[in-house]
Design a protein around this ligand. Sequence first.
Ligand SMILES: NC(=O)c1ccc[n+]([C@@H]2O[C@H](COP(=O)([O-])OP(=O)(O)OC[C@H]3O[C@@H](n4cnc5c(N)ncnc54)[C@H](OP(=O)(O)O)[C@@H]3O)[C@@H](O)[C@H]2O)c1
Length: 273
Amino acid sequence: MPFEYKKVLVLGATSGIGRALAAKFIENGVSVIAVGRRKANLDDFANEYGNTGKASVDTAVFDITHLQEIPAFAKEMFTAHPDIDSVMLNSGIQRHLNWAEPDKVNLDHIEQEMLTNYTAYMHLTKAFLPYLQRQAPKPTSMVYTTSGLALVPILYCPNYCATKAALHHMILAMRQQLKDVDGNNVKVIEIYPPAVQTELHDAKHQPEMGDRGKDLGMPLEAFVEEAWEGLSAEENEQVPVEAVKTRMGFYSWERERQGTFLKMAEMMKKQAH
Ligand SMILES: NC(=O)c1ccc[n+]([C@@H]2O[C@H](COP(=O)([O-])OP(=O)(O)OC[C@H]3O[C@@H](n4cnc5c(N)ncnc54)[C@H](OP(=O)(O)O)[C@@H]3O)[C@@H](O)[C@H]2O)c1
């Protein structure tokens, strides 16, 4: 089944996964509003993809950590584009953290990571979800980029892993809450990338990684091909990519864990009646 949405607001589209997926959307006739802090990168995206004749491109500069501005931003986006039928929350940052050297632990990094990767996502979800719900019965979606590290943490960035695990738990429960609403029209989609070659762990953002950071993980192009295939599949609520599928447990114990979650949800619903 083709990706069924026609206009996606992509937050975090100035580089890496967000930019590459936004380009893939355009190639496949899906219009994009690309968002991020770096205006030059947004202009570059619009120049490259704005005149393909396949779909429209708009851009907006926004910093998702400016929480108080999020409701007005959502209103502005839907006033300009009432036909947005998918909102993709993809912005993210990753920082090193090593508790073996507590003196070097940077609490500002921890707070900024939690703010960007989790708290802002809650504010964005609260602001954008009603605009999608109001379009019922038209199918719409919220798309979240988490990570394989939401399932299995690694050692060099434990707080980052915790932000993604928090988001993953929240998404599981949110998806079910919405499914329990009669006439729900908002699908909750989660993309789980493995390590991908982007700016996330390059030397600028994580000096500890040195030059090897930018080459960490699978090539971006290969990631986008597999992610797009997953997004276009019949079952596209959860899109694990490459190593996440098997090595990181998505098709084994994560399935079991989600089964337990669903059983507990059913049990608690029965108890409530
Ligand atoms: N690359 C990987 O190995 C990997 C693996 C698993 C999951 N992920 C996740 O994939 C998503 C995209 O990351 P990426 O790998 O593509 O890294 P990236 O190239 O560094 O892209 C990060 C994006 O997030 C945006 N962003 C960061 N802070 C923001 C803020 N305060 N306000 C608005 N936008 C902000 C950046 O835009 P501006 O700087 O222009 O604002 C940029 O567009 C993230 O959620 C990341 O955690 C990545």
